[in-house]
Ligand binder design. Structure first.
Ligand code: GTP
Ligand code: MG
Length: 157
C-alpha cells in the first residue's frame, strides 16, 4: 500500500500543534507506521529540498527547518500521498482553506507548520532519507474493515 512522509516542522512542534495533526491523519483512517522526534541536519535538508536549492528563500527555509525538533512520521493507506496534501492545505496560507492544517494554523509561508510528500516518488525518496528500514513498523490495523470496503462477513463478526 501507498505511504507518505509527513513532517511537523519546528513551529508545529513548538506551538504544540503536533497532537492535533496526528489526530487528523488518524481520524481520516490512515495508519501510522513510523514516528520520531528528530533534529535535522543541513545535509539531510539539502537532500530533502534538493528541488528548491536555487530559490531565493532557500537559506531561510534551511534555518527554519534547523530551528528546532521536527516530528517525522510515515503514514500508510489508500491514496495517502494526495489525501495528505489535501489535509495539509495549500503552501501559501492565503490559499489554504479553513479546515486544512495550514488553513487553520498558519499565516506565513515561511512558518507553515507541516510538510507532506508531493508524489509517490518523492514519498519513497523522503521516507528512505528520514527513516531506517527497521524504524518502520508492520502491523494489522484492527479497524481495517470499518475504514475500507471489504467483505465483513467473510472476515468474521
Ligand atoms: P512542503 O510540504 O514543505 O514541501 O511544502 P510544499 O510542497 O507545499 O511547498 P514547496 O515544496 O514548494 O516548498 C517547500 C517549503 O518552502 C514550503 O512549505 C515553505 O515553507 C517554503 N516556501 C516555498 N515557497 C516559498 C516562498 O515563496 N517564500 C518563503 N519564505 N518560503 C517558501
Ligand atoms: Mg514540497
Amino acid at each position: 500500500t501507498e505511504r507518505t512522509f509527513i513532517a511537523v516542522k519546528p513551529d508545529g512542534v513548538q506551538r504544540g500543534i503536533f497532537p492535533e495533526i496526528l489526530r487528523r491523519f488518524q481520524n481520516k483512517g490512515f495508519k501510522l507506521v513510523g514516528i520520531k522526534l528528530t533534529l535535522a541536519n543541513e545535509s539531510l535538508l539539502r537532500e530533502h529540498y534538493s528541488d528548491l536549492q536555487s530559490k531565493p528563500f532557500f537559506p531561510s527555509l534551511l534555518s527554519y527547518m534547523l530551528s528546532g525538533p521536527i516530528l517525522a512520521t510515515v503514514w500508510e493507506g489508500k491514496d495517502v500521498v494526495k489525501q495528505g496534501r489535501v489535509l495539509l492545505g495549500a503552501t501559501n496560507p492565503l490559499q489554504s482553506a479553513p479546515g486544512t492544517i495550514r488553513g487553520d494554523f498558519a499565516l506565513d509561508m515561511g512558518r507553515n507548520i507541516i510538510h507532506g510528500s508531493d508524489s509517490v516518488e518523492s514519498a519513497e525518496k523522503e521516507i528512505s532519507l528520514w527513516f531506517k528500514k527497521e524504524e518502520l513498523v508492520e502491523y494489522k490495523p484492527t479497524l481495517h474493515g470499518w475504514i475500507y470496503e471489504v467483505n465483513l462477513l467473510t472476515s468474521g463478526r
